[in-house]
Design a protein around this ligand. Structure first.
Ligand code: GRF
Length: 215
């Protein structure tokens, strides 16, 4: 899709105004979810955690934090559109106005993105636009880059794409493998994502013509 998306030019909510309740979507171990629930001002805004997998450890973490959980199982739906519609219904029924992806491994249909315009955040383990996709850390090592990192961005209709909110660089060491490099990236994720999500739920992030400003 080459056509530029029209992004809202207003803050997601007025600073000092009502906070944004969020749903967190996670498929895996949920260490980023944990970093969010460990931040009290964010924990108060998480109305549900949704996974596409009943066995995701992220659901255990959510229950441990006293957050309601749901599973929208990919296998129960004939295609991406119907899966995404059910997911969006679940998010809305929980009362969430924003969506935070924390290791959610299914690609969302454009119809999902349209239901939460400018209100879906994702975290990705590379310096986008380098290395989109599920093998970001492997690809960085295969290309021999000396610096990689992490990106928090708003989600548009393309995979790992949309206005960038913040990035942190992580040096690649000569003896790094996928595990060691991903671990150092994740350490930075656990610091950055709570900062961004806190700003998001407080209405301190503005998307203006594809550029993001936040304080
Ligand atoms: C993170 O590295 C994130 O960047 C990527 O998926 C991973 C999720 O890890 N999108 P966790 O489930 O939060 O531990």
């Amino acid at each position: 899709m080459n056509q530029a998306r029209r992004w809202p030019t207003l803050p997601a909510s007025a600073p000092g105004g009502p906070k944004i309740d969020i749903a967190v979507l996670a498929s895996g171990s949920g260490t980023n979810l944990q970093a969010l629930t460990d931040t009290p001002s964010i924990r108060r805004r998480i109305v549900t955690v949704v996974s596409d997998r009943a066995d995701a450890f992220a659901l255990e973490r959510a229950r441990g934090a006293g957050i309601s959980t749901s599973v929208v199982d990919w296998n129960d739906y004939p295609d991406r559109d119907s899966f995404s519609a059910a997911l969006a219904d679940t998010v809305e029924q929980a009362g969430a106005k924003g969506v935070v992806l924390a290791g959610f491994m299914k690609i969302l249909a454009p119809s999902f993105v349209e239901r939460f315009p400018g209100r879906i955040l994702n975290i990705h383990p590379s310096l986008l636009p380098a290395f989109p996709g599920a093998r970001a850390v492997e690809s960085a090592l295969e290309h021999g880059v000396k610096t990689t990192g992490l990106t928090v961005h708003f989600v548009d209709e393309q995979v790992d794409h949309g206005p960038i909110v913040s990035q942190v660089a992580v040096p690649v060491r000569d003896d790094d493998n996928v595990e060691t490099l991903h671990e150092r990236i994740q350490r930075e994720e656990h610091l950055l994502y709570p900062r961004v999500v806190e700003a998001f739920v407080s209405g301190r992030i503005t998307v203006d013509g594809g550029r993001v400003r936040w304080s």
